[in-house]
Design a protein around this ligand. Structure first.
Ligand code: HEM
Length: 482
């Protein structure tokens, strides 16, 4: 195991010879990134919050990330902390990969792996291109679009089409919103259990009701899929083939996998698209380089899969965007048996949190870490535990290759037709909701022709606490009046 660094100025002490923060545990769910930044500044690579006998442990270094993510016997995933009774809908809809551990997890991953292999990816190209073009049909140069809303709607529709072969906007939006509300509520209630707060845990009964309603909707979606006539390749039909080939996957597990896939796939990609377009709009020189790279191909507005895969600078832009504003900002494990983490003895059932955002903003790994600088990737090759937008180890995001194809293709098709400039004076807030870092306000952008390079117009909002942008337009007091 590698070394861990403790901030020499931190004070206090505990039996483990490690200082402890006694601020209220509620500080963490209220603003996870601000709380983790404070903890890292005060305590270094490993921090402990303790309040009313409950502990949360945080790891912030690549070595500790590695330990927590590779020792899967000790550190279990409990993404859905509240599983409900044995025969409850909540138990069934939470039975996807993120709730499984040990042999169960390994077997499910093996059964699903084929569906997500690289060789399947070119088959998704046409659907991604077509739906992105359809989104832009009503867009005109000079219009203002809310990138947040547009990207969420695009990814809801695209996720329904790619995962389930269903192309029905109203239906995708309804199912997606239901899943999002349920994921958020799971998180609130689960977090409440973790930090012993009635503020969250009172919602248990509502959570069970939401799960029942969601299970009915997912069942209907499976029916629609079985009776649908869309013959394009989709992930559900491949999963059904895997199930038929005797993978041991039960119908209840299928419901759990499908729910998790939808939940894991759409907002993560939508937020990454919005952040990338926002960062490009704010960095004209980068936009210039993206355009130069795109101008080198045959000029098609909808390049084929292999042309898009060869856009190496665009790839660096996406990589850097996911470094500086990772849609998955943190995740958690529960240590299920007594173990040692750095200098700390962990008793069983201690929650341990690792953070993509904090790791990606370490100045020792990424000089001037809050600056969006795609060129830095010419010189760095971080390890899996230094750069982990998709997680790392044996439960690294199974959808990562598909997500990258979605991001590269949707961005190329959009940027071949329009450039984007933020509206001057916009207030853009970014915040973590259920572990995901996304915009919580509109992100209004004016559509430019591809001959125009956007100006880095001044914007305000909490986005400025998360990433370095060109100078702010107005002060905090003006913001209140805005
Ligand atoms: C930019 C988009 C995405 C990001 C940033 C992202 C991020 C992540 C992260 C960080 C994890 C690991 C969580 C942990 O270790 O606790 C994960 C797991 C997972 N992701 Fe993604 N994801 C994305 C897109 C997708 C897509 C498109 C799908 C499905 C098509 C998907 C399906 C999953 C599943 C099923 C898991 C659980 C894997 C397991 O536990 O073995 N994700 N994702």
């Amino acid at each position: 195991m590698g070394e861990y660094r403790q901030n020499p100025e931190s004070s206090g002490g505990c039996g483990d010879s490690l200082p402890i923060s006694h601020e209220s545990l509620l500080q963490f769910p209220t603003d996870p990134i601000a709380c983790m930044k404070r903890l890292q500044a005060e305590f270094g690579d490993l921090a402990v919050m303790e309040d009313d006998g409950k502990r949360l442990v945080f790891v912030f270094s690549p070595d500790l990330n590695r330990q927590v993510l590779t020792d899967t016997e000790t550190f279990h995933s409990r993404f859905f902390a509240v599983r409900g009774g044995r025969h409850s809908a909540q138990r069934r809809v939470t039975s996807g990969l993120l709730s499984q551990n040990g042999t169960n997890h390994r077997e499910s991953r093996r059964a699903m792996m084929d569906v997500f292999t690289k060789r399947m990816l070119p088959q998704f190209h046409e659907t991604i291109t077509n739906l992105t073009c359809e989104m832009m049909e009503s867009w005109q140069k000079g219009d203002v679009q809310d990138l947040n809303d547009e990207m969420v709607r695009l990814m809801l529709r695209l996720t329904s089409a790619l995962l389930f072969g269903i192309d029905d906007v109203a239906y995708s939006v309804e199912l997606g919103e239901k899943i999002d509300r349920w994921v958020r509520w799971n998180h609130e209630v689960g977090m409440g259990a973790m930090v012993s707060s009635s503020r969250f845990s009172d919602g248990y009964e509502s959570l069970l009701e939401m799960a029942e309603d969601l299970e009915v909707s997912v069942g209907e979606m499976l029916q629609r899929h079985r009776h649908g006539n869309d013959r394009r390749v989709n992930i559900l039909s491949l999963l059904l083939q895997a199930q038929a080939a005797d993978s041991g996957m039960t119908d209840d597990q299928l419901v759990g996998h499908v729910t998790l896939l939808f939940a894991a796939a759409h907002l993560t990609t939508a937020h990454t698209l919005t952040w990338t377009l926002l960062l490009l709009a704010q960095h004209p020189q980068v936009m210039e380089m993206v355009r130069a790279e795109m101008d080198r191909d045959d000029g098609s507005l909808t390049p084929d899969h292999s042309t898009i895969e060869s856009l190496t600078y665009l790839d660096q832009v996406i990589r850097e965007s996911m470094r500086v504003l990772p849609a998955s900002s943190y995740s958690q494990r529960v240590c299920v048996k007594a173990t040692r983490l750095g200098p700390l003895n962990l008793p069983p059932m201690t929650p341990v949190i690792f953070s993509q955002y904090i790791t990606h903003h370490r100045p020792d790994l990424y000089p001037d870490p809050s600056r969006f600088q795609p060129e830095r990737w010419d010189a760095i090759t971080p390890s899996s535990y230094e750069y982990l937008p998709f997680g790392a180890g044996s439960r690294r995001c199974i959808g990562a290759p598909l997500a990258m194809v979605e991001l590269r293709t949707a961005l190329t098709v959009m940027l071949k037709k329009f450039h984007f400039e933020l509206l001057p004076g916009s207030i853009v807030d970014g915040q973590v909701v259920s572990t995901m870092l996304g915009p919580t306000t509109t992100v209004p952008a004016r559509l430019l022709s591809t001959k125009e390079i956007p100006s880095a117009v001044p914007v305000a909002g909490t986005i400025r606490d998360l990433v370095k942008l060109p100078p702010a337009p107005f002060s905090g007091s003006q913001r209140k009046a805005a």
